[in-house]
Design a protein around this ligand. Structure first.
Ligand code: PGA
Length: 235
């Protein structure tokens, strides 16, 4: 799964060396990032003209906090490839004014010229970025309250669930849907049910990832376990 995802990301960088990649955190993309680092070290990939915009960041965490998504990206990808750090963007978790943080990030995406390829993972509740189940699909960057299920899933990175920030800035569903191409990676049996719902069920903001059924260019890369329930559903 990671190898396939890395190939799709690499193909984008080779086809358009000054592309804009939308990137994601979480455990799922780590293997793909490691492969990209290897290819960059071998001289197969050149990131010197690539720009990146990440999906989300915890509100209240500074970039040097080792639980922040900026720190994660630096550690898991940026420090291993020849990208210019000033070309990499993550919402500013240290900005206390939510309105400003969101407006600023929408401007960053716009000034980058839009996303060529957006990498996504999926949460157990169907979130993409930190867009949690809701009554509507968000348009631009917003400040969200994390669902209990997300806090439970993410507490493994913190000393306790209490340490997980309750708020986050996330790219909106509208912005994600504007990406030219989308690559969603999913792994593990614990994601089987939500994968079946998102791709084989109705399109609803209660399952934010279901909106991807309406995107014209989505590639789902998953392992067998993650696909098991979708196959069973026959849809
Ligand atoms: P994971 O997170 O890759 O760590 O499962 C995915 C997500 O919550 O979007």
């Amino acid at each position: 799964m990671s190898r396939k995802a890395a190939e799709i990301l690499a193909a984008q960088v080779i086809a358009k060396p000054d592309c804009v990649l939308g990137l994601a955190t979480g455990s799922t993309p780590v293997g793909a990032y490691q492969q990209l680092i290897r290819w960059c070290r071998e001289g197969i990939l050149d990131f010197s003209h690539v720009k990146t915009v990440n999906l989300d960041e915890y509100k209240g965490l500074k970039p040097d906090n080792d639980q922040s998504y900026r720190y994660f990206m630096n550690q898991n990808l940026f420090s291993g490839i020849n990208i210019r750090l000033e070309n990499t963007h993550v919402p500013d978790g240290a900005e206390e004014d939510s309105g400003k943080a969101c407006r600023d990030y929408d401007r960053v995406i716009e000034e980058a010229g839009g996303v060529d390829l957006q990498l996504l993972g999926i949460g157990h509740d169907g979130h993409i970025g930190f867009n949690e189940p809701s009554e509507y699909f968000s348009k631009g960057t917003s400040c969200v309250t994390l669902a209990e299920r997300t806090i439970e899933a993410n507490k493994r990175f913190f000393s306790s669930a209490d340490e997980v920030p309750r708020r986050a800035y996330t790219m909106g569903i509208g912005s994600i849907m504007k990406a030219e191409k989308i690559l969603i990676v999913v792994s593990g049996e614990d994601k089987a049910e939500i994968t079946a719902k998102a791709f084989g069920g109705p399109v609803t903001p209660e399952v934010p990832a279901s909106i991807l059924q309406f995107h014209p260019d989505v590639t789902l890369v998953a392992d067998k376990a993650a696909l098991s329930k979708w196959k069973e559903s026959g849809r």
